[in-house]
Design a protein around this ligand. Sequence first.
Ligand SMILES: Nc1ncnc2c1ncn2[C@@H]1O[C@H](COP(=O)(O)OP(=O)(O)OP(=O)(O)O)[C@@H](O)[C@H]1O
Length: 352
Amino acid sequence: MSKDLNSTPSEEYTLTSRGYALIKKLGEGSYAKVYLSEFSKGKDKKSTQLACKIIDTAKAPKDFVRKFLPRELEILIKLNHPHIIHVHSIFQRKTKYFIFMRYAENGDLLEYILKKGVIPEGQARVWLRQIALALQYLHEMEIAHRDLKCENALITSNYNIKLADFGFARYVIDNHGKKITSDTYCGSLSYAAPEVLRGMPYHPKIADLWSVGVILYIMLNKAMPFDDNNIKRLYEQQISRRWRFRAKVADSLSEQVKKLTANLLEPDTTKRFVVNQILTSDWLGMDPRLLVLNGAEQAALQSAQEERKKIVDGKKNEKKFEGREEDLLVFKETSSDRKPSTAEMMETASKL
Ligand SMILES: Nc1ncnc2c1ncn2[C@@H]1O[C@H](COP(=O)(O)OP(=O)(O)OP(=O)(O)O)[C@@H](O)[C@H]1O
C-alpha cells in the first residue's frame, strides 16, 4: 500500500484479510475521500479494481451523520440500474463507513470535459439519455437525487455514464404515498434550481431536472450557464432566462437540443420538462435507437415500478443498512486537497 494513504500495518492487515487493498486517492468530496482499491478472491486471487468511498462521521457535521448518511446507505443498497454505480459492499467500523463500488476508469464528467473540451452533440445525446434513464429509475421509486452535477456522473472504461453520490438523495413521498416537499438547501449552487435558491419548500424531483439542464448546457458549452458569484444575481438570471449558448457552439447545435435545454432550464416549475419528456424528446429521437430500452434498462425500470407500487401500497421495503462491526482501518489523513468544483474550474458563458 502506498505511503500517502497513511495506513498502519494493522489497518492494512484488516483490509487485506478481507481481500481489499487501497491503492491511491481518486477524489475528495465534502465529507468523503474516494480511493482506487483492489478486491481479490478465490484460490487464484483474481482481482477486481473497485473504488472505495470512506466517510468519517467524526469529521462530518452532526446533521449529515444523523440525517443524510443513513438515507444514503438505505438508498444505495436498494439501487440496481445499468446507469447507476454498482455498490459492491459496505462496511462500518467505529466512526468510519467504507463503501466499495465499481471503479469508473474514465473519472467524472467534469474532469472529462475539462480535459477533452465540449462534448460533441451525438455523444452528449447518448450520455444525457443515460443520465435521464438513471433518473427515471430513481424518480419512479420516488427518490430524488438532489445533487446532480458533472462531478457525480462517472465514466466507465466503455464510456458509459454511471450516476454516483447519493449523499443528498431522499424519498419524496411518505408512507401514505403523499408527496413530501424539501426545504433543505441541497447540492451545489451552480446546479441549483431557482425554487431551491428561493428558500421555500420545493419539489425535489422537479429541481433535479433543472440540474440535468445545467449538465446538458455544460456538456455542450464547456462553460456554466449562469454567473453564480452572487446568489441574488444568479436567481435573477435564472428566472429571467438570461443565458445563451456560447457563440462558438451556437451555430453548430441543433434546434432540438436548444429547445430541450430551454425546457430544462425553465424557471416555471409547472412547465419544466419531467424526466420522461427528455426520454421522448425530439432531440433523443434524432437517433431513433436511443428511444428503445435495452434488456437491462427495461428490467431495471420494471423493478422500479414494482418497488413504487410497494411504497404507494404502504409496504415500503424497510431493508436498512446494518453496519457490521468490522475491525477496519482508521485513517489519520487530515490534509485537504479537495478537488475544485465545476464553478471553480469553468467560466460562465455570460462573462465570456
Ligand atoms: N466509483 C468511482 N470511480 C471513480 N472515481 C470516483 C468514484 N466514486 C467517486 N469518484 C471520484 O471521487 C469524487 C468524490 O466522490 P463523491 O461525489 O461520491 O464524494 P462526496 O464527498 O459525496 O462528494 P460531494 O461533496 O461532491 O457531494 C467524484 O467526483 C469522482 O471524481
